[in-house]
Design a protein around this ligand. Structure first.
Ligand code: UD1
Ligand code: UDP
Length: 379
């Protein structure tokens, strides 16, 4: 067979909910391309949260490594991931491994690819706070992944600049936009109802999961939400509680008795997008939610001291409030006093992307793996 006609093995590695959301558009863009053989390794770092995402986007894992353990430590998780991914990738013989973001799955995928001498392509490359403690451990994961990767898909010009400053070769960096915006547009196109919520109710949507917020900071965040709740008797709070065992007991102890604070299981992606569109504003420490809220133009108060998504702050949608109860009350009250513009569901001018990032990534992968390297595997 002419080597240029050989299908290239592109192996995606996904472990958690946000990776599933942000990788699905790329798999969908690539899987019908005649030159590519797409395979999806699901590490199941998130066993429950990621599965419904695959159903939503009609993407099926080919391999399930089943690594999640309740209350997993970073050391045990990292150990299981590197060993399992090294074995799985050896079997797959990839031309290129693709992973998105900064979770422990992504660092392990980059390490295992490096150990096998396989090119690693990093999606959402170049996000930085330059603080190894915030977000923890994501800042270290993404810095290390950048230096193990040979191809970098930077979502924004700020991310590209960060990579250049760290000495990453310019020709290996491609600014594509964030694939999370592609996913959001796909979901926003199909309005999914939000069960059990009065359609006329005014509510604040809350999510918290960052490791640096567990413990005392989470207690302070709950205190701020209680103050906001007490000040605004017409407002409800909808909080899909993250399954990390460090979250729920603290939140239930602090807010469980309040009628207008609804602590619910994590929402599937469709209803969650509906909730982001309808919320008066969002309180969150999530990375993806900052990007989505910006595209929807739903105000978001970020429960962190620093963010690698400064574009959200610069365009006026996001404000950092940390875990300070007084700031949560003050800024929350301000957001509730402002008229809420209707959510924009397909805002192609969002700083995080125009909804076409996955198509760009597919084109670049084709160029690197087929046009520029017809017989070999170099990226
Ligand atoms: C992980 C990522 C974080 C990412 C977040 C997205 C790491 C170290 N952390 O944080 O970067 O922003 O996912 O949500 O990579 N659990 C379940 N079911 C699930 C998922 C989690 O029960 O589907 C519970 C388990 O007890 C698990 C614990 O949550 O041990 C923590 O999961 P883990 O992936 O280690 O950390 P997250 O806080 O979810
Ligand atoms: N999300 C969801 N259901 C929820 C909460 C979040 O589908 O109940 C989605 C959200 O739209 C975003 C992603 O999960 O796309 C963010 O995941 P998370 O906050 O867990 O991780 P991060 O983005 O901070 O890494």
């Amino acid at each position: 067979m002419d080597p240029s006609e050989r299908r290239r093995n592109v192996v995606f590695v996904v472990g958690t909910r946000p990776e599933a959301i942000k990788t699905a558009p790329i798999i969908r863009a690539l899987r019908d391309q005649p030159w590519a053989r797409c395979r999806l390794i699901f590490t199941a770092q998130h066993r429950d949260l990621a599965r419904p995402i695959f159903d939503f986007f009609d993407v099926r894992p080919d391999v399930d490594l089943d690594v999640m353990r309740p209350g997993q430590s970073l050391a045990d998780l990292s150990n299981r991931l590197v060993v399992a991914l090294h074995a799985a990738l050896s079997r797959e013989e990839p031309d290129c491994v693709v992973a998105q973001g900064d979770t422990t799955t992504v660092l392990a995928a980059a390490l295992a690819s490096y150990m096998l001498g396989t090119p690693f392509a990093h999606v959402e490359a170049g996000l930085r706070t330059y603080r190894l403690d915030a977000p923890y451990p994501e800042e270290a994961n993404r810095v290390a992944a950048s230096h193990l990767a040979s191809l970098h898909f930077a979502p924004t010009s700020a991310a590209r600049s960060n990579l250049l400053r760290e000495g990453i070769p310019p020709e290996s960096i491609h600014m594509t936009g964030n694939t999370g915006i592609d996913a959001l547009f796909m979901a926003a196109d199909r309005e999914v109802p939000l069960q059990g919520l009065d359609p006329d109710s005014r509510f604040v949507l809350v999510t918290v999961h960052r490791r640096e917020n567990l413990g005392e900071p989470l207690t302070r965040i709950c205190e701020g939400i209680r103050k906001l709740h007490d000040r605004h008797p017409d407002v409800e709070f909808l909080w899909p509680v993250h399954p990390n065992p460090g979250v729920e007991p603290v939140v239930r102890a602090a807010l469980g008795g309040l009628d207008r604070v609804r602590l619910i299981s994590p929402l599937e992606y469709g209803p969650f997008v509906t909730a982001m569109k309808r919320a008066a504003f969002i309180l969150s420490d999530s990375g993806g939610v900052q990007e989505e809220a910006t595209a929807l133009r739903t105000p978001v108060l970020v429960l962190r001291d620093v963010s690698e998504r400064e574009e959200a702050v610069h365009c006026g949608v996001a404000k950092l409030v940390g875990d300070d109860p007084a700031a949560i009350l003050h800024e929350g009250t301000r957001r509730l006093a402002e008229p809420r513009q209707p959510a924009r569901t397909t805002d192609a001018t969002s700083p995080f992307g125009d909804g076409r990032a996955a198509a760009r990534i597919a084109t670049i992968l084709h160029r690197k793996l087929v046009v520029e390297a017809p017989a070999a595997v170099a990226v």
